[in-house]
Ligand binder design. Sequence first.
Ligand code: AMP
Length: 414
Amino acid sequence: MYQQHSGSRTFRGRTSSRPSYGGRSRPQGGYSGRRPGGASRVPRQRGANIHYSKFIQKAETVEEATVFTPVHTFADFLIDERLKKNITKKGYVTPTPIQDAAIPLALQGRDVVGLAETGTGKTGAFLIPLLDKVLKNPGENVLIMAPTRELAVQIADEFKAFASGLPLHFALAIGGANINMQIRSLRQGAQFLIGTPGRIMDLMDRGEVNLAKCSNVVLDEADRMLDMGFIESMRKILGTMPAKRHTLFFSATLSRDIEKLIGDFLTEPERISVKTQDTSKHVDQDIVRIQSGRTKFEHLAELLRTGEFTKVLVFGRTKHGVEKLFKLLKAEGFKAESIHGNKSHGQRQRSLKLFKDEHVQVLVATDVAARGLDIPNVSHVINFDVPGSYEDYVHRIGRTGRAGQRGKALTFIE
Ligand code: AMP
């Protein structure tokens, strides 16, 4: 059952008897030098199977000579002129590599596999062609699935800017936030549903979302959705969508499981790869050995008191550990915030904003909570706890050294 609502198609599964009011998300005005002492003499970390040497790498002298020359300009794309104006208003002049390659293909209706991380402009790569599609075909609906609430919110924020003043609406479906507000947005007729698999399933179970006629889907950070155990939900959700659909698939890594998903979910996709290794070249990476008799916390506090550590993202392994570290930092008088899965969506957004806006010096985070976040000017990433995998390490340090800037990453070793 797919409701016709106010003359336009929506995700609704049943007819609302309530009047429409508020709560609607309206588009408005909307990532080697020296190996000291020989790598083989560096011991392995207990618990995590990563050689310490992998945490040591000098940032390479930034070679600004490798300037990307796009094939297209935004003006070349055969997209709605109003959308082009909003792209210009957002300050985008030239497409990023992923945009340059993906937008024309998506505009032709091709399925696309984009190997790219946050920071490459992938959000625009999928939003621009899909917003244009819905503008040209008002009956179309789009489902955008992302692994974390924060990433979904970032996508929604980009959406607002691109869709400013246009008859395009979205509903957000994320856990930790009021579901009734989300239901209201859906009932009011959004063409775009942006959310995390768990909450989307919840809304489907409640009969609020029906995707039988939604033939466009974006799977953002598909590798992370898989890591986070969303595979069954993803299969169920996609299983309710038309077999003939337009699928845009983004992943930072390409594993066997990911290849399987691509084979199952996409039809003759075009593949685009944006090198993500380059990010780490901008990051000075080193280990910090904690002397016996001292604690990691004492060392962290000492570093934070030097003038250099201005905007510091500290990673802990567990939610509990992150919260404990955050409280210790506060008790020592540091301006700090924390983000992890035990906090509500509102609390996480608040903490993130305070850090982004540089009202606090330190943000303590778990891997999951910090994944995919686009935070400008992070001066240092500190691995207070060693990451569980090398992939997590790469994602962590990718939070600094962005946009051609140099960053520093330190890994504490006891
Ligand atoms: P994303 O990988 O989509 O999270 O984008 C990373 C950052 O780059 C965001 O702050 C975007 O607003 C920005 N961005 C994306 N595309 C462009 C572009 N063509 N020109 C300038 N900035 C961009």
